[in-house]
Design a protein. Structure first.
Length: 539
């Protein structure tokens, strides 16, 4: 079977209500799985056992087990760049690193040890700024994969940032963001980390140069850049030429993709904030999910089931979007993180062999923390024409002392999941109006406005609390889901050539603005450039 045949398997699903599937008293037990401290309830998805069996057969036909082995053992599954995909090995035990990586493992182990030493010394104050004062702040400069993982970790694990410095992340090339960050910092007590694999990323270098100028202008010491700056990069030569001491450069490896790089030295700023033990627990949670993914049968494999549900909704039922709704303030950055990891990985229309794909791939991923989402876009989800599958994510225990608030939050999460599935029919609305004593004219006029389509599928992901371990497991779950979907869609999830065109044109337009060259551009873009130049001259 292939994906093109899935709509035939979904003919019954398109005519039935999800709620009717709960006539099976064992539905929740049969459609839920636990792993690595997470509980995954997919009983509100619109599929039955026969349809799920067909999806599992699809995974078998795609030789998913072989592809999983290829990834975990370091085969070059990123075929367009001839690279392995081994971010998972960075959270594995040392013996496993040595087995998979061979001689390279010693560099990886040494890098982890060095990073742990720096983190420990910064947190204790033994490693201080150039004037001897303890670091109060860290400024991490990066973009894309060098930014999102750190951001989600910092917001999710705020309660674990007791001994570390305050970590700020600068990614936006907008000067307003730079100005805002610098306003919070003092040069003599700020440690700077520049994260760029090639040390040529335009946005990152522009921000780094501006921060460097700000720090030198503070006139604290001529050695401040060499002493207080670190880099995470594979280009030691360029980082050194920038002024960063070679001893302060942590390596990156080409077998770790940017959006999956939190587990590498890219996670250095997060480790500085939460400490070595908590960063190790983050990796342990991810490793536990790795172990489950590799060992569990497909029928009880959380990442596989989650991926197959996404394939079913996208390719069988034709739903184009996926909402990520974390009902936890600490996970508010997760939807943005998953936008990148999912859409940059699987937002492709070309197969791994270079042929045009005959099916659609990644959904449009969006989301917001609950309950804010209920007062924003969920109106469309309830009454708009599109059906939008949803992942609800919830911690059973909140991190604040306000237990009544958490109880209300949990109730809202469960209620929205139920409401999206059940909806409200015209008959139900009319009956409610009759009970309230409304007139026939009022009932006729208002009832259509209060109906809700329902039949919207959703997953419910529960954890006891947001901890480093549970966050690691959660991020690894989505990483593996994305991998499985890439295998089934027959594409390369680990390149991102679509990002490059905008970069190339951006350089050409900058050259045009500077009068260096006149690239061939559309009339629209030429007019826009002239308007910008005119506005600049008028200042």
């Amino acid at each position: 079977m292939d994906i093109l045949k899935l709509p035939q398997h979904a003919l019954d699903a398109k005519q039935r209500s999800i709620y009717s599937l709960f006539s099976n008293p064992n539905r929740v037990d049969e459609n839920s799985v636990s792993a690595a401290g997470l509980f995954f309830d997919y009983s509100k998805q619109n599929l039955n056992k026969e349809e799920l069996d067909a999806l599992i057969q699809l995974a078998r036909d795609a030789r998913l087990n072989e592809k999983m082995t290829a990834m975990f053992t370091g085969e070059k599954i990123n075929n367009t760049e001839q690279r392995a995909v081994l971010h998972t090995i960075l959270r594995a035990p040392i013996e496993e690193k040595r087995q998979v990586l061979g001689a390279v493992s010693e560099e990886v182990i040494a890098t982890e040890s060095k990073m742990q030493d720096i983190v420990s010394r910064v947190q204790s104050g033994d490693l201080a700024g150039v004037t001897g004062k303890k670091y109060t702040d860290v400024l991490a400069i990066g973009i894309g994969g060098s930014y999102y993982g750190i951001k989600v970790g910092l917001s999710a694990l705020k309660p674990y940032q007791n001994n570390g410095p305050n970590v700020h992340v600068l990614a936006n090339v907008d000067g307003g963001a730079l100005q805002e960050k610098l306003g919070l910092l003092r040069a003599e007590t700020t440690l700077v980390v520049v994260i760029s694999k090639t040390f040529t990323t335009q946005e990152t270098l522009l921000n780094a140069k501006a921060v460097k100028a700000w720090m030198l202008n503070a006139k604290v010491s001529e050695d401040i850049i060499a002493r207080q700056w670190y880099a995470v990069s594979s280009n030691v030569e360029k980082a050194t030429a920038f002024g960063i001491c070679p001893e302060n450069i942590l390596p990156m490896w080409d077998w770790v993709g940017g959006r999956f790089s939190l587990w590498s030295a890219v996670g250095f700023p997060l480790a500085l904030a939460i400490g070595n033990e908590n960063f190790a627990n983050l990796k342990q949670g991810a490793y536990a999910m790795d172990q489950h993914f590799q060992s569990a049968e497909f029928e009880n494999n959380m990442p596989v089931i989650m991926a197959l549900l996404g394939i079913w909704n996208r390719n069988a039922l034709g739903y184009a979007s996926l909402a990520i709704l974390p009902y936890d303030h600490s996970l508010r950055a997760l939807p943005g993180y998953l936008q990148q990891t999912d859409m940059e990985s699987n937002g492709k229309s070309v197969a791994i062999d270079g042929q045009k794909l005959p099916w659609l791939t990644a959904p449009v991923v969006f989301g917001q923390e609950g309950t804010n989402s209920q007062h924003a876009f969920m109106q469309l989800m309830h009454q708009g024409g599109d059906i939008i599958p949803t992942d609800f994510i919830l911690a059973l225990n909140g991190s604040s002392p306000y237990q009544e608030h958490h109880k209300v939050l949990v109730a809202n999460c469960f209620a929205q999941s139920e409401a999206l599935m059940r909806g409200k029919t015209l008959h139900q609305v009319e009956a409610e109006f009759e009970e309230q004593g409304a007139t026939p004219e009022e009932i006729s006029t208002l009832s259509p406005h209060k109906t809700m389509k329902g039949n919207t599928p959703s997953n419910m992901l529960l954890m006891d609390a947001v901890t480093p371990y549970s966050l690691g497991a959660l991020l690894a779950l989505y990483e593996h889901k994305i991998f499985v979907q890439g295998v089934l869609w027959q594409l390369n999830s680990y390149d991102q050539w679509g990002v490059e065109l905008g970069k190339e044109l951006g350089k050409q337009i900058l050259s045009a603005m500077s009068g260096i060259e006149e690239p061939e551009l559309s009339a629209s873009t030429s007019v826009l450039i002239n308007k910008f130049l005119a506005a600049s001259r008028s200042k």
